[in-house]
Design a binder for this molecule. Sequence first.
Ligand code: 5GP
Ligand code: ZN
Length: 117
Amino acid sequence: MVTSDCVFCRIVAGETPATVVHETATTLAFRDIHPQAPVHVLVIPKAHHADVAALAVADPGLAGDVLATAAAVAAAEGVAASGFRLVFNTGADGGQDVFHAHGHVLGGVRTGPMVAR
Ligand code: 5GP
Ligand code: ZN
């Protein structure tokens, strides 16, 4: 039974498959379906918040959990020392497509300029 219109809530519920690489009581990390770097993992709060700004206002502790999980993912993926980019696209100008807060952990490549010109 589909319980949500939100694709990431469906992944949390186990209704949509995903390659999970890390899980805590409050967060989930899984590989992006269209990876843009050798390491491309999405880190989300299990609870639904539309974007990282709403998450930070509603539950700062949970926002911290997401950051801690992103750091643990970077270490587990072997990019903590080489470096990585942690991106939270937010809203239309931020290029956000999925409106369930998520951080992209991008690594294994020199990521280049932060903003395309
Ligand atoms: P945004 O553009 O919102 O920052 O990023 C959304 C990301 O979610 C995109 O990189 C996209 O490839 C990824 N994505 C969208 N749907 C799915 C899905 O069903 N499974 C997984 N693993 N990734 C998804
Ligand atoms: Zn959701």
